[in-house]
Design a protein around this ligand. Sequence first.
Ligand SMILES: Cc1cc2nc3c(=O)[nH]c(=O)nc-3n(C[C@H](O)[C@H](O)[C@H](O)COP(=O)(O)O)c2cc1C
Ligand code: SF4
Ligand code: SF4
Length: 323
Amino acid sequence: MDTRRDFIRKSAILCAAAGLPLALPSGGHAAVREMKIRDPKNALILYYTQTGMTRRYGGLIACLLKENGLAVNLADMRHFDKNALTDYDLILVGSPVFYYDIPSNVSDWLSFLPSIPGVPVAAFVSFGGPEGNQHNALCHALRLLENAGGATAGMDAFRSVPGYPTPDWDSANQRSGEHLPDEHTFEQVRAFTGRVLAQVGRGESVGYEAQIALREFLRILPLVWLNKKAISKHTVDGDKCILCRACVKTCPTGAIHPDRQFVDREKCIACFGCLNNCPVDAVVMEYRGKRLYGFPEYLRRRKIAIAEPPEFQTCRPEDTGEV
Ligand SMILES: Cc1cc2nc3c(=O)[nH]c(=O)nc-3n(C[C@H](O)[C@H](O)[C@H](O)COP(=O)(O)O)c2cc1C
Ligand code: SF4
Ligand code: SF4
């Protein structure tokens, strides 16, 4: 069985040979802006998450900001009214890295924002492997926030156990990241939060620059399209399904219909959210003929308990006004 990297390498050769249309990368740029707020009273942490990693980091940041005296709202961007963005003194956006970038539903969401001139903004991503292009994914998120007028106060990437399903969940990244996040990761989140607050106190944005690296060229492949070609079966097992609708809630494109055991393959963007959120392993996906299983089943089979930061013993993220 090929690893995902083998698959991408072969796909790159195939694409070049077939002359498939490739999207151009959208990098970040260095920009220095004055912040209109140096002493924020409130903050918003917006996240998108599928296996809970980005939300966990966002929740920790929320608790830390609260400790610093700010009124904090933690919100899933799928349920947040964009018009309320203008109510905040500091905005942080968190996203997973999917296919070497922020997911398309996140970039679509960030592409149309109300004007937030001079408002301090920061971005964080959770990612699954060191070669995952997280720096440029962060630059992409920041560029979209800057387009709305935001002034960049910082960015950072926090590694997690990768939620990208493989038939045996045994890729090099999955093996090396199985214990993540750990105390070191949480310490990174604390340091990032401190840096963002210090930068806002200085009142001037930080510059950033997208990197031109080999992995950026991987990003320009039509990876979602290629992956969809490799997914040979995608349906719902009506005998196992308990109609909890977790897959429907997580699907960013409305492609899955468990009541009819149907997945609209045209609409699907191969994000694996349905598979990774089904509590009873009822989403059936085959990747090049091999059955995949999702994140909850992976945790069960490997007896993995995801670590929570100690801050959550006294501060529950859902108490920070989670939307
Ligand atoms: C469809 C998909 C694509 C992914 N692509 C990448 C990637 O290109 N680079 C990377 O570092 N991690 C990648 N990952 C791993 C996720 O970034 C990682 O599991 C992240 O922590 C998930 O965050 P969440 O739980 O908030 O959704 C991918 C995961 C999925 C499901
Ligand atoms: S149906 Fe496709 S787009 Fe919807 S959650 Fe499943 S993999 Fe993602
Ligand atoms: S998440 Fe699983 S059990 Fe729940 S509705 Fe979807 S397929 Fe059925």
